[in-house]
Design a protein around this ligand. Structure first.
Ligand SMILES: *[C@@H]1O[C@H](CO)[C@@H](O)[C@H](O)[C@H]1NC(C)=O
Ligand SMILES: *[C@@H]1O[C@H](CO)[C@@H](O)[C@H](O)[C@H]1NC(C)=O
Length: 266
């Protein structure tokens, strides 16, 4: 499965190289939460998963104009819904990370290279897509977008919130919030969801054909019912968005629906 993700990611990356970093539209982004809960939809056994809504994927080194589209949807899911648990994931890479083209002399962002499988006794390798440096702790690009972050700050203490800082191991990438791309190490997310009696997860965030894809697939493998909110996830082109959502639905049994449809069905 990660072959597919890697292939899709390489395509997305090729497209994103042409995306220009642009300033965030003031009227849409960073709108703080009023602090008054208007939650009218309650989901006590569902987790809201917000994947990698970090500046580097919005207006930073891997940014795209399309990323802005999802923010109002995510704000609404935080303002007007209450969840059994909220989880955020962030890429959290050391400067030496294997996914950075800058660590592979002679290679550029958009290339792929073979890297060693960490637990392999037979020196097997895995295809790794290469990217511009991104999501290094301490840089603005690693931060969660302010409108989302202020809402999380407000909800802290009212709703259980788990923050996953993934892909810290320099030798292996991690698209999924549950595990790295080699299943060498797992995060605490699945056991925390089980401990809180969560049986379903609603997935939003960036980018659809890489970290949203990997997180959704792993959630199905762990036995959670998965809904991806189609207007709450984005990637660098309409074509990649459609392909990834179709695969999630047809190959992995993921429920894909708009926020409006999700709200109407609850
Ligand atoms: C992206 O937007 C944030 C928030 O407005 C800003 O602080 C940051 O400098 C922007 N990044 C780039 C690369 O323009
Ligand atoms: C794996 O690579 C190491 C170091 O190059 C070598 O010593 C070993 O024989 C290789 N193992 C296999 C199964 O190919």
């Amino acid at each position: 499965m990660f072959t597919t993700i890697t292939k899709l990611t390489a395509l997305a990356l090729a497209a994103s190289r042409y995306a220009q970093a642009v300033p965030l539209p003031e009227d849409v982004l960073g709108v703080p939460y009023a602090g008054i809960s208007t939650a009218s939809h309650e989901h006590p056994t569902t987790a809201l998963l917000i994947v990698d809504v970090q500046y580097d994927f919005i207006n930073g080194t891997l940014g795209s104009d399309r990323a802005y589209n999802i923010l109002p949807t995510i704000y609404q899911l935080l303002d007007e819904h209450s969840w059994g648990m909220i989880a955020t994931s962030q890429d959290w890479h050391p400067q030496t990370h294997v996914s950075f083209a800058s660590n592979h002399p002679g290679h550029a962002s958009g290339d792929s290279v073979q890297i060693p499988m960490l637990a392999s006794r037979y020196n097997e390798t895995q295809l790794q897509s290469l990217y511009a440096d991104h999501c290094v702790p301490g840089t603005i690009g690693a931060n969660i977008e302010a409108g989302v972050q202020t809402r999380l700050d407000t909800l802290l203490g009212k709703t259980p919130i788990t923050q996953i800082h993934k892909a810290q191991n320099q030798h292996v990438d991690s698209y999924s919030a549950f595990a790295d791309n080699q299943y060498y190490e797992f995060t605490t997310l699945a056991p925390e969801m089980r401990a809180r009696n969560i049986d379903k997860v609603v997935v939003t965030g960036l980018i659809t054909n890489a970290c949203v894809y990997g997180s959704s697939v792993d959630a199905t493998k762990f036995g959670f019912g998965v809904t991806v909110i189609s207007d709450g996830v984005e990637t660098t082109s309409a074509e990649d968005q459609a392909t990834a959502l179709e695969e999630l639905e047809e190959w992995w049994g993921v429920n894909v629906e708009t926020l409006a449809k999700y709200e109407a069905s609850e």
